[in-house]
Ligand binder design. Structure first.
Ligand code: BG6
Length: 464
């Protein structure tokens, strides 16, 4: 709703539309509007404007139904048809499915059966897209019996983030990076998706997902694919996704020593004491669900062979921070004395996905004064300074793209399958041992074994 509100304020929604909210919770148009108003006031990035809200609210309807109920889908269909007639909407429909996996088959079948031939039907599918490769394939087959691939939009909201798309601009709109974007010049890559929040009351989902399915399987692997992909010949959805899937296919399954998992214990996050994962409401007291994963991955192709991609992600870490760090090789022979200082560190190109969105390049520079002292300085591009406009939320871009039929920033079925293939292999290896959880305190940067993962290779995680 905050995303729709942002689209409304910018006049990016169609002239005539209706938004129908559907849930099991009892309620009517007014109670739903009141609830959504609260969400918009709390989360919208723009200042609240009563006139804009009133206009949006006038186009909002609510249906309380359970698809499993006799007549549930009929009630929804009648409501939608009434709205379409009232406003002469022409029959174009976007269905946004943020539903529990168990409800999925019934809903997809019901919607498929009733596809309206007068206009187009598009389906937005929220994660989790399956629980493993097999269930994902079943979902794909189910969707395929009722919908064309061009009608299905699998959301990975990271792809809607401006800074993630900027990775494509950075790489392919600038001539200087491409020649050095490979194993010859890059020592390794580090991708961090750190969150300070815990599971925010979502134990039911998170207990069976864990960090590997919640972040690694989708957001993390997509960030990696965009970093490692070959230049697409154009920016159409097929070209971009063809290149991404090649990277995912080239990912080498990491051995057990190359993957670390963790679970947070009690600790302090941003000055506040927080409970251990196992003490969160709805979490089993002996839960073995991981809230942290770190891994060393290899992309087995000519561009990247033997170049490690170190990735880490976790809940209740010290800070919210998503970054992609490209660490270049050392200068081959610095002609300075050793005393020149710590500045002789390798160059790093750091993409700040969030917060403080931007890009910075770490270079060695001479400290003013006598002698030759070198220190690392940063050439920074900050979105806030360069473009004096607020950053759109990922969902604004993505919802609009669905209405326009633009699929570049959505995940294709074959990408999802490759992602699951890797996750299934990692999870299978986990069945063989039982780590001593919790193994990191909330508010830290994860378990010590994650540091060992890099130290073994003579490297370390980027300092914070
Ligand atoms: C979601 C996960 O997909 O992404 C959440 O289910 C996580 O657990 C969230 O908190 C992170 O998104 P963002 O945009 O805040 O980085």
């Amino acid at each position: 709703m905050p995303a729709l509100y942002a689209l409304m304020i910018r006049r990016l929604l169609p002239a005539r539309f209706t938004i129908v909210g559907v849930a099991r919770t009892a309620g009517d148009d007014d109670s739903w509007r009141a609830e959504m108003l609260k969400a918009v006031r709390e989360h919208a990035r723009d200042e609240f404007r009563q006139d804009v809200w009133d206009e949006l609210a006038a186009s909002m309807r609510y249906v309380s139904t359970d698809f499993a109920d006799e007549g549930g889908e009929d009630r929804l269909e009648q409501k939608i048809e009434r709205c379409e007639q009232e406003k002469d909407l022409g029959g174009n429909r976007v269905y946004y499915l943020a539903v529990p996996p168990a409800a999925f088959p019934t809903i997809v079948e019901a919607l498929g059966k009733r596809k309206d031939e007068r206009g187009w039907t598009r389906l937005i599918v929220e994660k989790p897209f399956g629980h493993d490769l097999e269930s994902a394939r079943e979902l794909t087959a189910l969707l395929g019996t009722h919908f064309e691939e061009s009608e299905i939009f699998r959301i990975d909201h990271y792809l809607g983030k401006e800074t993630v798309q900027n990775m494509l601009a950075l790489r392919f709109a600038n001539g200087i990076f491409e020649p050095i974007w490979n194993r010859q010049f890059i020592d390794h890559v580090q991708i961090t998706v750190a969150e300070s929040i815990g599971i925010e009351g979502r134990a039911g989902y998170y207990e069976s997902a864990g960090a590997i399915r919640d972040i690694f399987q989708n957001h993390l692997l997509q960030l990696l694919a965009l970093t490692a992909m070959e230049p697409p010949i154009d920016f159409t959805s097929e070209s971009v996704r063809n290149e991404k899937v090649k990277v995912l296919r080239a990912l080498h399954t990491p051995g057990p020593k190359s993957v670390v998992r963790g679970q947070y214990g009690r600790g302090f996050v941003e000055g506040e004491e927080v409970v251990a994962y196992r003490e969160e409401k709805g979490v089993a007291a002996d839960s073995m669900t991981e809230t942290y994963v770190a891994a060393k991955l290899y992309v087995d192709n000519w561009r990247w062979a033997d170049t490690p991609f170190y990735v880490r992600m976790g809940k209740r870490l010290a800070r919210r921070e998503t970054t992609i760090a490209i660490q270049f090789k050392r200068a081959p022979h610095p002609p300075f004395e050793e005393a020149a200082g710590d500045g002789l560190r390798p160059n790093v190109l750091l993409v700040h996905v969030q917060p403080d969105e931007g890009v910075s390049l770490a270079i060695g520079a001479k400290v003013p004064g006598q002698g030759m002292q070198i220190r690392t300085v940063h050439m920074d591009f900050l979105y806030g300074g360069a473009f004096r406009t607020g950053m759109p939320e990922a969902y604004e871009r993505l919802i609009l793209d669905v209405m326009l039929g633009e699929a570049t920033l959505f995940t294709r079925a074959d990408e999802i399958e490759e992602q699951w293939l890797l996750v299934d292999a990692i999870v299978a290896a986990w069945q063989r041992d039982r780590p001593g959880f919790p193994n990191y305190a909330a508010g830290t940067w994860g378990p010590p074994s994650a540091d060992d993962l890099l130290q073994r290779d003579g490297r370390s995680w980027r300092r914070h």
